[in-house]
Design a protein around this ligand. Structure first.
Ligand SMILES: [Zn+2]
Length: 300
């Protein structure tokens, strides 16, 4: 996501937006800028580095955190800290101008070429927020790869049941593990609910279930069901371990206090696994969300 400062800078300099970064050519130099966590970053592509004194002089006036060089060429990367308030985009523009002036004065040129080859006739694209500078040949090739991945995915069999079976099968050992955790570590056993999610997911993958929203739904349902069932089973196991009497376990399970304790254990387990499942859902989502490689939006 672009914050207002970077967006305004992009508009003022006539750059392109990938949705997560601004990039393009300004005063004929290839530049890129984006927001990080508590920082902004500016990249300027050049074929040589600036000298240390010039960088020090810029740092003392612009108070940026650091400037170093990345990638094969001398792409200068400047990091601006934003601990209390956003770093002014106007100052970033002014710094960009100063760096370009210094380059021009010292005979340093920009590197303006395709990200994949040496072709200098380029256009600006974005893929899933990633800014890409590509020539038309590389764009066609990359675009073809993206399309092929989508076609391969839609051609995959919808073998949900097979995956579902794998999830259930692989979740079963989780009950044993949960029972052991319950018996030997008592309350720490609550963490074991996450194990069901991992096992259900692993079983689904091993049995080659199709990665799709429906699969994620299955995995979530199975692991939640196993969490509840596993907690009841392992809790009963704990009672049996203490009493060594099955009849006594059945009696104890009907006592209100024990039922309340069991209920609070189940709720705790379900809450823990729910948090984990939200995280898991987002990591699964990338398996079925296919973005297109498209022309980046020109800011004006
Ligand atoms: Zn190319």
């Amino acid at each position: 996501m672009l914050f207002p400062g970077i967006n305004k800078m992009g508009r003022q300099l006539g750059l392109f937006s990938s949705g997560a970064a601004i990039f393009g050519r300004y005063r004929d130099f290839s530049i890129c800028a984006y927001d990080g966590s508590n920082k902004k970053e500016l990249l300027i592509r050049m074929n040589q580095s600036l000298n240390e004194q010039d960088i020090e002089s810029l740092r003392s006036r612009y108070k940026f955190k650091k400037a170093d060089y990345v990638a094969e060429e001398f792409t200068m990367k400047v990091e601006f800290s934003e601990i209390v308030k956003p770093y002014s985009y106007k100052k970033i523009i002014s710094l960009t101008d100063e760096v370009i002036d210094l380059c021009l004065r010292n005979g340093i040129q920009t590197v303006n070429k395709c990200d994949n080859c040496d072709n200098q006739t380029v256009n600006y694209y974005e893929y899933n927020g990633i800014p890409l500078t590509l020539c038309s040949g590389c764009f066609s090739r990359e675009s073809f790869k993206v399309d092929q991945a989508r076609i391969a995915y839609s051609d995959t069999e919808n073998n949900y049941l097979q995956g579902l079976f794998g999830s259930v099968l692989f979740s079963i050992p989780g009950i044993i593990l949960q029972a052991l955790l319950f018996i030997f570590l008592s309350r720490l056993g609550a963490v074991s609910s996450v194990i069901y999610c991992l096992l259900a997911l692993y079983g689904f993958k091993i049995f080659k279930g199709k990665a799709a929203p429906l699969s994620a739904g299955f995995i979530i349902l199975i692991s939640q069901f196993m969490t509840v069932a596993g907690t009841i089973i392992s809790y009963s196991g704990l009672l049996f371990y203490k009493t060594r009497d099955l009849q006594r376990v059945i009696e104890l399970l009907s006592v209100t206090e024990i039922q309340n304790e069991l209920r609070s254990n189940v709720i705790l387990q379900v809450i823990i696994s729910a948090f984990y499942l939200v995280f898991e859902f987002f990591s699964l989502r990338k398996n079925w969300t296919f973005k297109t490689l498209k022309q980046a939006e020109k800011l004006s």
